[in-house]
Design a protein around this ligand. Structure first.
Ligand code: HAM
Length: 436
């Protein structure tokens, strides 16, 4: 049985084949994403991977709708696997926004599904770090969000030489569009098509773009002149000043070639790219002040903005720049059981060390001493420990070779016990629906 094209198998390191993905690298990325979100005060949420088809068909725009994994379920509902998180989030926020103080700052790490043509950096399934803010119209929120994106990428060791955030504005393009087209042709359909042409500018031959623009009443020359002038709007200027004040000015530049493919953006938009231009967009986002209203049928009106940072391009970039660390099991100590009469004492030692937060490995069944030692080395264990007569324990540091005999209670300290697990506290009362 083969896996479906565009989907991934994640194996623990060392990965057995170049066609599979590293589960450790994925965990590493998720850890950095969560840590960056936490530093900026974002709270984690999640939603269902299946949604009603309608949530996406009216909100996301033609391109994503063409890539939907959708079907009719056994209850005759038209449903789809989520291709992006934003409509789900808007639905969730609209349902319970009163329970939360504004601005709402939330993040999620959803797996998303798009039936795309498979190519470098694009698969049919990927994970995204989504961070969004609701209830703030000021450009300070846009700057805060971009600062989070920059700091997230920086936490992997990437610098201003590796990536840049290209800032643009749907407002600026909307004004340009409205100025440039004779009244009769100014339908919303035309405007969205125009954005689609601009979105694909860099990936389409100029002759083709010229033709598409002519239908909409524009010329490539006029469009290019507008891009080259790159005059920042008032909001973009405020964002640039805000990011400058944080010392993050080098990570951003105004670039009107960015417009974003998704239909719901209303104001400032942005995309993160590698500086060398070798990869597809690492991340993208912007303001979508009308989506909550649209999704709630007019009941709730909240300004919103956010971004999605994908795991696929990010991983490609980290590998290319040599920034992905080596992963191993992180075993602190391998307990050697060379004499089976010592197994009960060894199990007690293993249990105590694990309770204290240490990563402990050992042989589940009887094994020759040299085999056990080899296994400890393969696992890159930092130490071995062997229970000896009188319940004393012989501990060996595998990198220095130094050996010492200590009491069982002293082993934790000897192997540098610093990582004690936080006490979990009392159990919370479960809501009644979870009771058996
Ligand atoms: P998006 O630009 O469609 O935005 O996706 C964001 C990022 O996800 C892309 O820059 C890319 O790195 C990654 N990505 C997208 N599609 C694929 C794919 N097929 N394979 C691998 N990676 C992919 C959104 O999805 C918006 N909902 C983001 C957002 C959140 N806007 C506001 N809040």
């Amino acid at each position: 049985m083969e896996r479906l094209p565009g989907f991934r198998d994640f194996y623990p390191e060392p990965i057995p084949h170049k066609d599979v993905w590293s589960a450790d690298a994925r965990q590493y990325i998720f850890g950095k994403w969560r840590e960056a979100a936490r530093r900026y005060g974002f709270r984690e949420y999640d939603g269902p991977p299946l949604e009603s088809l309608e949530l996406f068909t009216t909100k996301s725009g033609a391109e994503i709708v063409g890539q939907l994994y959708n079907f009719t379920d056994k209850g005759d509902r038209a449903i789809a696997l989520r291709p992006e998180m934003t409509p789900t989030l808007a639905r969730m926020v609209a349902a319970h926004e009163r329970a939360y103080k504004k601005p709402i700052k939330w993040f999620a790490l959803p797996q998303l599904f798009r039936y795309e043509r498979q190519q470098k950096g694009r698969l049919r399934e990927h994970f995204q770090f989504n961070a969004d803010i609701f209830g703030e119209r000021d450009a300070a929120a846009d700057a805060e969000l971009i600062a989070l994106l920059i700091d997230t990428l920086r936490s992997f060791g990437l610098t201003a030489e590796d990536f840049v955030i290209r800032l643009s504005s749907r407002n600026a393009w909307q004004e340009f569009y409205e100025r440039g087209v004779p009244g009769a042709e100014r339908g919303t359909e035309g405007e969205y098509q125009f954005y689609q042409v601009i979105d694909k500018l860099e990936r389409t031959p100029p002759e083709e773009t010229e033709k598409k623009l002519a239908v909409l009443g524009f010329s490539l020359d006029i469009v290019n002149r507008f891009i080259e002038a790159g005059e920042p709007t008032v909001e973009l200027k405020a964002m640039l000043d805000n990011l400058d004040a944080r010392g993050l000015g080098d990570f951003v530049k105004v670039d009107y070639r960015v417009i974003r493919g998704l239909a719901y953006y209303t104001g400032p938009v942005f995309e993160a790219f590698d500086r060398k231009g070798e990869f597809r967009a690492i991340a993208g986002g912007g303001r979508y002040d009308n989506l909550v209203k649209l999704i709630s049928g007019g009941k709730v009106n909240l300004p919103a903005l956010g971004f999605g940072l994908g795991d696929v391009v990010l991983l490609e970039l980290l590998i290319a720049r040599g920034l992905l660390p080596q992963f191993d099991g992180g075993v602190d100590v391998f307990v050697l059981i060379e004499d089976e009469t010592r197994r009960p004492d060894s199990l007690k030692l293993i249990q105590d060390l694990r309770s204290a937060g240490r990563v402990v490995e050992y042989s589940l069944t009887t094994a020759k001493p040299d085999k056990q030692f080899k296994r400890a080395q393969e696992l890159k264990a930092a130490h071995t420990a062997r229970v000896e007569a009188g319940s004393m324990v012989r501990v060996r540091n595998l990198s220095t070779g130094a050996e010492r005999t200590v009491t069982a209670a002293e082993v934790g300290e000897l192997i540098g016990l610093t990582n004690v697990l936080p006490h979990p506290g009392p159990l919370r009362e479960q809501p009644s629906r979870f009771k058996p």
